[in-house]
Design a protein around this ligand. Structure first.
Ligand code: GAR
Length: 209
């Protein structure tokens, strides 16, 4: 499966995907990395792995439609079949999402449907939850609202602040995203009535999680 990864910043999730995609037998290939912010740190990871990368700065376009037209052209030129959002901090229009229906996934730093949107770690601490984590989900027209593919939970510990909690969640993200992308690329995920069904792993020992 040919995958494009969209980023806005440091790209640590991108790096975890690049690392697994470089392993023999991993079923997804990262064909391009696109940043919407010039100088996004993740572009260096793409370069280090010899993966094609480019910046399409949303500020260079008069509106969202023009930006997304350029994005679509770049994705098609790269032969992308699937889009992974990895810290991509731009909301995609419903037109774009429909065009790529069931072919965009995202990683979000909370156990959805809790804490969609921003500042998830501070909000988790304020809510007093004792488990927090991350989710990989399909992208639909509702922000952070698409069908959930996989989740990983971490404890909230006494003495946590948003940064400490974010660091614990991020480690879980780096295991979860490669695992979920592998399920998808192996064709083991079905969307049934808006929910994800996962075929049993014939070889659970092989799991990356
Ligand atoms: C990650 O924690 C990711 O879950 C989050 O941004 C961070 C990106 O880090 N994404 C969102 O909040 C999307 N709404 P990274 O650039 O090091 O992968």
């Amino acid at each position: 499966m040919k995958v494009a990864v969209l980023i806005s910043g440091r790209g640590s999730n991108l790096r975890s995907l690049l690392e697994v995609a470089a392993q023999p037998g991993y079923p997804a290939e990262i064909v391009t990395v696109i940043a919407n912010r010039p100088g996004a740190g993740g572009l260096d990871h793409a370069a280090a792995f010899g993966v094609s990368h480019q910046t399409i700065d949303h500020k260079d376009f008069p509106d969202r439609t023009a930006f997304e037209t350029a994005l679509t052209a770049a994705l098609k030129a790269a032969g992308a079949e699937m889009i992974c959002l990895a810290g991509f901090m731009r909301v995609l229009s419903s037109g774009f999402v429909r065009q790529w229906q069931d072919r965009i996934i995202n990683i979000h730093p909370s156990l959805l449907p809790l804490f969609p949107g921003l500042d998830t770690h501070a909000r988790a601490l304020a809510a007093g939850v004792k488990l927090h984590g991350c989710s990989v989900h399909f992208v639909n027209e509702a922000v952070d609202g698409g069908a959930i593919i996989g989740q990983a939970a971490v404890p909230v510990l006494g003495g946590d602040d948003p940064d400490k909690l974010a660091a614990r969640v991020l480690k879980a993200e780096h295991r979860l995203y490669p695992y979920c992308l592998r399920l998808l690329a192996e064709g083991r995920i079905r969307l049934i009535a808006g929910r994800v069904a996962i075929e049993a792993d014939p070889d659970p020992g092989h799991s990356l999680l």
